[in-house]
Design a protein around this ligand. Structure first.
Ligand SMILES: [Zn+2]
Length: 94
């Protein structure tokens, strides 16, 4: 893989979820939290490049940015054209 390139956003978000990398809004960007592991550079760059989109997705509690899919999936619901996480919404995870 070309490490200087970038990934499609949906791919980067899938990798983040599979690796328990958590995204949070900051006042102007997004924070990328990973408990015990290094976030691959290409994933970090892609997520930072799309920070405005990700901030909107977090604000809408979209399932793509849900930090705990395995635990929250039961609360996911279809909202118009997108899926949202009802648990993130209740917890107001931003
Ligand atoms: Zn969730």
């Amino acid at each position: 893989m070309n490490d200087s390139g970038r990934l499609p956003l949906d791919t980067a978000l899938e990798i983040a979820q599979e690796n328990n990398i958590i995204l949070r809004r900051t006042p102007r960007s997004v924070a990328i939290w990973a408990a015990n592991k290094r976030v691959p550079g290409i994933v970090r760059r892609t997520l930072k490049k799309h920070r405005d989109t990700i901030r909107s997705m977090l604000a809408e509690h979209r399932v793509e940015t849900c930090p705990a899919p395995q635990l929250h999936m039961r609360a996911w619901y279809y909202a118009g054209q997108v899926y949202r996480c009802g648990l993130c919404e209740q917890l107001n995870i931003l």
